[in-house]
Write a protein that binds this ligand. Structure first.
Ligand code: PMV
Length: 326
């Protein structure tokens, strides 16, 4: 039986996407910048389902209704757009735990969009596949290409100018490594989707953060192009701190970080003060992503492994583009 399988990598935002100017088209209120993470990926297989309904598997088991719901919603959009109505059998495997702030929806929807494009022979360009993936989960548009990605917010109501650009490919900065520290593998209590709309509607700092953060985009691009680690560290840290303020002033407040998150952050701050090049960010979850140079990876791992709260530590390089698996 014909199948199409695609692999796409998770991406972690250095400059965050948090809020939509259009919730149907999933258009962001601001631009964002991310990097692909090589050890965090989703592989998704699409084939026709013999029954007259869709079936969705997650890591080999029938998906829970709460996990499958966003995929069903995406399939409605896909079918309306392409006039395709075949019942589908979709099987997704993640190399990491799902929905704990490790960007599984980004890698999952990017892999699904790529697999659907191949399965139905749609011949979409990467930019169009990214725009399709975005309808499943906004940040998924940054996972069709690897390396460093810039998602331009655009201003048009139809979203045609909300496009992704690859700032640099996975080969650009081979010395860089990413350490993902897992402290909590549970599903987050408030999804990014709900959390970002709450922040937009209630945080008094939201608009000033959006404006200030948008202005840093050219600085992020320059730091990445020049492989200027110190500037990238400073920019990412400033961005994370102001985004945390938005989360804390959302009503009710969004507490994605946990005491274990802060222990890791304190450790990284100390390593940084001792002269080790490293910086961190988190997504909407308690886990921490640390960026450093390969020469420091062992020192950082050895320091973090002394913390009891760590469940696991995943070492990555910068991910390549999403691709079809034969
Ligand atoms: O794509 P979503 O709806 O899962 O939102 C992702 C939001 C963050 O991961 C927190 C930030 C980002 O830019 O990826």
């Amino acid at each position: 039986m014909k199948t199409s399988t695609a692999r796409a990598y998770a991406n972690i935002a250095l400059c965050k996407y948090w809020g939509k100017r259009d919730t149907i088209l999933q258009l962001p209120t601001k631009s964002s910048i991310s990097v692909g993470v090589s050890a965090l990926f989703s592989e998704t297989t699409v084939q026709r389902h013999a029954d007259n309904h869709d079936r969705i598997l997650f890591n080999g088991s029938l998906a829970l209704e709460s996990d499958a719901a966003p995929i069903y919603a995406f399939l409605i959009i896909f079918r309306n757009e392409f006039g395709i109505h075949d019942p589908l059998f979709i099987s997704t495997r993640n190399s990491f735990c799902h929905a704990a702030g490790l960007a599984s929806s980004a890698s999952g929807f990017a892999a699904l969009a790529l697999a659907l494009n191949s399965f139905f022979g749609l011949n979409l360009l990467p930019q169009q596949i990214a725009q399709l993936a975005r309808r499943g989960s906004g940040s998924a548009c940054r996972s069709i290409k690897g390396g460093f990605m810039y998602w331009e917010k655009g201003i048009r109501a139809d979203g045609t100018d909300s496009v992704v650009h690859q700032i640099a490919s996975s080969y650009h900065w081979p010395e860089l490594c990413i350490l993902t520290v897992l402290v909590d593998s549970h599903k987050k209590s408030v999804s990014s989707r709900s959390g970002m709309q709450l922040s937009m509607n209630t945080s008094p700092h939201y608009n000033s953060w959006v404006n200030k953060s948008e202005m840093t985009i050219p600085l992020f691009i320059e730091a990445i192009q020049k492989k200027d680690f110190k500037s990238l560290a400073q920019l990412t840290n400033d961005e994370w701190t102001s985004w945390q303020q938005v989360l804390a002033t959302t009503r009710p407040p969004l507490h994605y970080s946990q005491p274990s998150t802060y222990k890791i952050i304190t450790c990284i701050d100390e390593l940084q003060s001792s002269g080790i090049d490293c910086f961190y960010t988190t997504d909407a979850g308690a886990n921490v992503h640390i960026f450093s140079l390969k020469e420091h990876a062992q020192t950082i791992v050895a320091t973090l492994e002394k913390l009891e709260t760590i469940q696991s530590l995943i070492v990555s390089t910068i991910a390549s583009d999403a691709y079809l698996v034969e």
